[in-house]
Design a binder for this molecule. Sequence first.
Ligand SMILES: N[C@@H](CCC(=O)N[C@@H](CS)C(=O)NCC(=O)O)C(=O)O
Length: 358
Amino acid sequence: MDGNGGVTGANGNGEGNGEGLGPGSGNAQYGRKKFRRSRSHFTDRVTADGADGWPVEAGRYRLVVSRACPWASRALISRRLLGLEAALPVAVTDPIQDDRSWRFTLDPDGRDPVLGIRYLAEAYDARETGYPGGVSVPAIVDVPSGLLVTNDYLQITLDLATEWTALHRPGAPDLYPEALRDEIDDVVESFYEDVNNGVYRAGFATGQAEYEAAYGDVFRRLDALSERLADRRYLVGDTITEADIRLFTTLVRFDAVYHNHFRCNRSKIAEDPVLWAYARDLFQTPGFGDTVDFDHIKRHYYLVHTGINPTGIVPAGPDLSGWLTPHGREALGGRPFGEGTPPGAPPVGEEIPVVGRP
Ligand SMILES: N[C@@H](CCC(=O)N[C@@H](CS)C(=O)NCC(=O)O)C(=O)O
């Protein structure tokens, strides 16, 4: 199995490097090969024209996420901003995987009430008998057949923004505006390896030099992003886009887990006035902070990666109250939703429990 919180050893592409950090496993057993993130294995797309056999259809699919996972959280935010909650219902896994990976132990009888399965792995197996790779979130599952459609986290949010438009709410923002796509692609590419994945490279490094190189990349890039955001409210254009979603899901986890657990400890996001204000601005924007469960985030990282945290003690801090303080970024202008409007409150049943909120 390959439950590893983001690092895949034997992965869906057969690119495994033996460094997966599965639940209950320790670092010592892993070789000294460089950390490498798996690529998604199931890359079918749900599209307006149904070219891959999976047409956009309200209520047909289930989005399976862990609220702990930064890659899955991108999809959760897009879904909220676009008002796709009813059209694409969500299944939230237990933040702690067991040896069969992501499981529905938060649901009555430990089964997802719609798919009727106990493990996300069952949808993977239904799709491909004897599937040898890792089971990852986010995943989209076809409800009538129970088959996994895609675990391609890079494509899922782009398709929610551009293929699911017929089901968007009135006032939904354009998260991937055509005129800005090249710039968005360039910006997200610039921080994927250094920041989104850089924190994992630092955290799962098995040697000093590998760790220090990743640490250097993380902070060099965060400094550059801080400079970029000093006089502009959002990363690209003057509205929220896909780029902001991709940076936010790393920033919001940074002080709570990456700073300590992954040893990215030159400084906290809260110590960079620009990034801290930017992250708070997004957190306080409907659709962002209301998807974030700090309880799931902390318990997942600190309890699953026993190689990094053998005692399983989950830190009590940091103090989260700062997330709700005024950020002052309105002064930079910008129109968060462009011509659109913010989403309403999260649907009943999707509210973050008090324990997970600032
Ligand atoms: N590597 C995944 C990207 C998403 C990802 O890494 N998700 C993590 C959670 S943050 C995961 O589910 N890892 C497998 C596991 O922990 O069992 C993919 O190729 O699609």
